[in-house]
Design a protein around this ligand. Sequence first.
Ligand code: HDD
Length: 682
Amino acid sequence: MKKTELDKGGPSHQTTDDRDQTMTTAQGGPIADGQNSLTAGPRGPVLLEDHILREKIFHFDHERIPERVVHARGYGVHGTFELTKAIPELSCADIFQREGEKTPVFTRFSTVAGSAGSPDLARDVRGFAVKFYTQEGNWDLVGNNIPVFFIQDAIKFPDLIHSVKPAPDRGFPQAQSAHDNFWDFISLTPEATHMTLWAMSDRAIPRSLRFMEGFGVHTFRLVNAEGKSHYVKFHWKPRQGLQSVVWNEALKINGMDPDFHRRDMWDSIDAGDYPQWDLGIQVFDDEFADSFDFDILDATKLIPEEDVPVQIIGTMTLNNNVENFFAETEQVAFCTQNIVRGIDFTNDPLLQGRNFSYLDTQTKRLGGPNFTHIPINAPKCPMRHFQQDGHMAMHNPKGRVNYEPNSWSEDAGPRENPDVGFNSYPENVAGEKQRTRSETFADHYSQARQFYISQTDTERDHIAAAYTFELSKVEREEIRLRMLSHLMNVHDDLASAVAKGLGITDMPKAATPAREPIDVAPSDALSILKNGPNSFAGRKLGIFICDGADADLISALESAFKEEGAMTEIIAPHIQGAKLSDGSVKPADEKIDGGPSVVYDAVAIVLSDDMAKSVAAMKPAKDFLSDAYAHAKFIGFTNAAQPLFDAAGLSGKSDEGLIELNNADAFVKSCRALRYWDRMKG
Ligand code: HDD
């Protein structure tokens, strides 16, 4: 029977004569028609024998796997790690032996609390997990963008996560910590105080995944060929420098572009602007550990870089977007217990609990024990063992032997090798079984205070504003007061700023510390603003234009920012673009209401006298300018922008961040400071 256009599903229905492109079933059978079910007559019932329909719907019905119980929202990228300083004296790990050698990596960034579809700019800790495919097996460094954690013992993790995730009765709020359950738990968990200082700081609203540090958090061991051990903390330092957004901006970005971070990562790699991080190590021994004011096994504490400097030993370059999000980013299975010879664990109770949890969770999430057979998880070095069978087994032992010891001489299968095999560091351990927390873990406030006093005034204001915002969303007053009682042990300025923000006049009694806080010196490394890149490279300028705008100025801006290593985008009243002063038509990347200033690091407003009034009447144009101003951005403008300034309520405003566009190079130079923070004072 000949098919009509309608049978084929309309004119868009495509067929091919090319055998290689022919669509098939999962069994490989060519498909003649994938758009019409098999029915008895044109209006009759669908026949059960329709194996094409059955297979297609069956597979679709099974497309989802459980999202990660935490860190569900994430984005993965391929890259390489290049060793720049060999450290055989510290570690016999193969990856640390040969300078200049490159090891493939897969890195997944994530938020913690939100579900897989939640917005990128939630106030949250960011996961920073790196899988190194070394020649002696996979090493997973499963860290965060914050060097400390909320809790000291893994047994509390389910409670922590339950408290931050949506409440079980109502199923909200999503991807937020600004609610009763979270702050109830935190206010009853003094050890979390240090971490919440970080989470309320701008670290928790990074401008880009490319502009954040990463930390292995725990103290690990490096072990050399002679079996000598040193303690180590791992750091990732972004070559792009640190940068965050402001809270009001984050809220607006979430609405305008919930995929802001993943889009930014995809776009920069696609454009060949590959983000890089240096891998740093802080190495120390028992002598330092014994003299340190805090316990090196306590994951709520960091070791200031001023005390133990970070030595750079290599560079990670992320240079390859995934081919398939599900196959790679979703199926990648990081496990803290994936370590290699030359690296070992310590007795950090949080780390030890994690070592149990990750293997367990991957088995559930990926459906069985063979998730290491999935290409993204498989080592890139040879692997030989007698593990076999199970769901979806792809690599089973070959031949007759699948056990050890065995007395077969040929095809006997793999054998242990004490010379190159993993040997746990033979730490001497003894003690009574008990459920206690070491006394040495009891100081919960000193490092929180250190973090606070290490920040610039702007950053301190942001921290106080974040606590105020979050606690204002808390319905129960006693939780707000209990939180305040902890902040009083951190710093009076912080406690009184938050109390003022909340409208609390009668201060509660300060919480009784489990151990008296001590004085610790500020550490500049803890501030974002003290460690700015002094460059606009990797950032984005939004150029708002209209008909009649100065063509030469626009092209000067584009080349000056390109020279800086930055991107530019054109925003115009219409997506078709604008007819410039020289008669050329400049296409737009965004229409004004689709390209708000919150998605740019700085803006240039290049208008013409003829259009100045009509542009000033556009609501999104006013928001573009007033948001850029409120978010302390550098704003370049031409004279014709004056009516827009008036309309945005900014008549007569002048500061060093508002720059008349006479010279594109000078404007780039100013933008290197990233924000004009002084505007926010007072
Ligand atoms: Fe965890 C995922 C980081 C404590 C249990 N964690 C997960 C991921 C990161 C971290 C980055 C996402 C990995 C990916 O992209 O797939 N987690 C941390 C850090 C911690 C930490 C830095 C403290 C220092 N985690 C922690 C504890 C437990 C877990 C104490 C449990 C006792 N984490 C998990 C998990 C997850 C996970 C349930 C969920 C999905 C997954 O493992 O793959 O096993």
